[in-house]
Design a protein around this ligand. Structure first.
Ligand SMILES: NC(=O)CC[C@H](N)C(=O)O
Length: 200
């Protein structure tokens, strides 16, 4: 692969663990840049929205003038992968939001914030994700949201043993409740990059 062939993708870098996602995407051979301004968003063919705090990310996206361009690119079909707070940002409907909190939308799902309560802030488990192959995905959940219901437009990709959905896709949009960037298993990032390559 020459530098000219590299897929150029962005990671929303307003807040949260965007550096880890940049490192993963670069390791997978993509040109990955932080996105904080509309011009930077315009320069990328796909976007990762990282984990962090969705209420803060929402506010900053409006302050930085990114909200409208983000909504527009999502509507236009740009591949986007949202993890944890990023999944919250992509949800059409949100439960346990704070007053005035908005999402970007795009995924026909209802997501509940902080769904595992304070006793179980963080946990890890192995998850079957058939679209990524037979090997289970080791999933790390950190104050994670859950997909409370999946609308007609979206498809569940992975569920916990109790049936709760933690990975979804819809067209070019992909969302996980958990954090693949911290596990060394980058199949979700590769799945996203394949979408970007196909969409270009
Ligand atoms: N690790 C995370 O991204 C946590 C998400 C956070 N609880 C929120 O509501 O945005």
């Amino acid at each position: 692969m020459t530098p000219e062939d590299k897929v150029r993708v962005g990671v929303l870098a307003l807040q949260g663990d965007f550096r880890e996602h940049l490192a993963v995407l670069r390791e997978l051979g993509a040109e990955a840049v932080p996105v904080r301004r509309p011009e930077e968003l315009a320069s990328v063919a796909g976007l990762v929205i990282p984990g962090g705090e969705s209420t803060v990310m929402d506010k900053l996206s409006r302050t930085f003038g990114l909200r409208e361009p983000l909504v527009e690119r999502i509507r236009e079909g740009m591949p986007v992968y949202g993890t944890c707070a990023g999944l919250i940002m992509l949800a059409d409907r949100l439960l346990d939001s704070i007053e005035g909190q908005q999402t970007l939308g795009g995924l026909d799902v209802t997501v509940r914030r902080n769904a595992f309560g304070s006793q179980l802030d963080s946990f890890e488990t192995d998850l079957a994700v058939p679209v990524l192959g037979d090997a289970p995905v080791h999933a790390v959940f950190i104050r994670a949201p859950i997909v409370d219901s999946v609308g007609e437009g979206a498809t569940a990709l992975g569920t916990l043993d109790d049936g709760r959905v933690v990975a979804v896709e819809q067209g070019n949009l992909l969302g996980t409740s958990f954090h693949p960037e911290v596990t060394g298993d980058y199949r979700f990032h590769q799945y996203f990059l394949d979408r970007v390559g196909a969409a270009e």
